[in-house]
Design a protein around this ligand. Structure first.
Ligand code: AP5
Length: 214
């Protein structure tokens, strides 16, 4: 199963991918998580990406495409994968199609999680994440059991630097301008499935599972 989880910042892509990877036994490939790890490790990619990310802008396509080609060629993708945060521009989607062609693979579904803007802003303003294991919380509605500590690994949970209000505003503008056009791109390919992302994570997951037959 090769699935793209698509949607604006805060739509719930990471939350759903975390559940689906266990259910399907395939890797969750998040360009955002990969970039944040590169930033933490201070690699050349991380140093170049950090400024773009903190401002809420997209990291240049050529950096992302190099990173993703290397990732998708690893053997653990043979049974499938869940893409989260990629592709994000038409150029990235075209490059993904070309790469999958070369690898003799094709996408099975693109899930578009639909959430209104005011709800996205509300969610991101209260999001807490665990940099160690990528678990995701919501300060108001789904807080960790012990304040400040990840339920899964006990690590410290933090607010992402790009969840500051001005970066969130920029991410939403960037999404509308550069990423939303992909909805039409995948609709034309017959791969697009829209899911109401406002109905609570468990019910969203049921909807996705129904679509992909999991
Ligand atoms: P990335 O990490 O991909 O961030 P994003 O797309 O902005 O998405 P988020 O991680 O903010 O949200 P999400 O949809 O995963 O929501 P979540 O599940 O956490 O990218 C970050 C940056 O990296 C980009 O700005 C860019 O700079 C760079 N980058 C990454 N990929 C790139 C690419 N391909 N090209 C160029 N640059 C790239 O949920 C959010 C909150 O809502 C949580 O608190 C959660 O608990 C809550 N929640 C989730 N689902 C529900 C629900 N159903 N009901 C109620 N609350 C819910």
């Amino acid at each position: 199963m090769r699935v793209v989880l698509f949607g604006p910042p805060g739509a719930g892509k990471g939350t759903q991918a975390g559940v689906l990877k266990e259910k399907l036994g395939i890797p969750h490939i998040s360009t955002g998580d990969m970039l944040r790890e590169a930033v933490r490790e201070g690699t050349p990619l991380g140093q170049e990406a950090q400024g773009y990310m903190n401002r809420g802008e997209l990291v240049p396509d050529e950096l992302i495409l190099r990173m993703m080609e290397e990732r998708l060629r690893r053997p653990d993708t043979e049974r499938g994968f869940i893409l989260d945060g990629f592709p994000r521009t038409v150029a990235q989607a075209e490059a993904l199609d070309a790469l999958l062609d070369r690898l003799n693979m094709r996408l099975d579904a693109v899930i578009d999680l639909q959430v209104p803007e005011e709800e996205l802003v509300r969610r991101l303003s209260g999001r807490l994440v665990c940099p160690g294991c990528q678990a995701i919380y919501q300060a108001q509605s789904r807080p960790p059991r012990v304040a400040g500590k990840c339920d899964a690994c006990g690590g410290e949970v933090i607010t992402r630097p790009d969840d500051r209000p001005e970066a969130v505003r920029n991410r939403l503008v960037v999404y509308a301008r550069q990423t939303e056009p992909l909805i039409e791109y995948y609709r034309k390919q017959g791969l697009l499935h829209s899911v109401d992302g406002t109905i609570g994570p468990e019910r969203v997951c049921e909807q996705i599972a129904k679509i992909i037959g999991a």
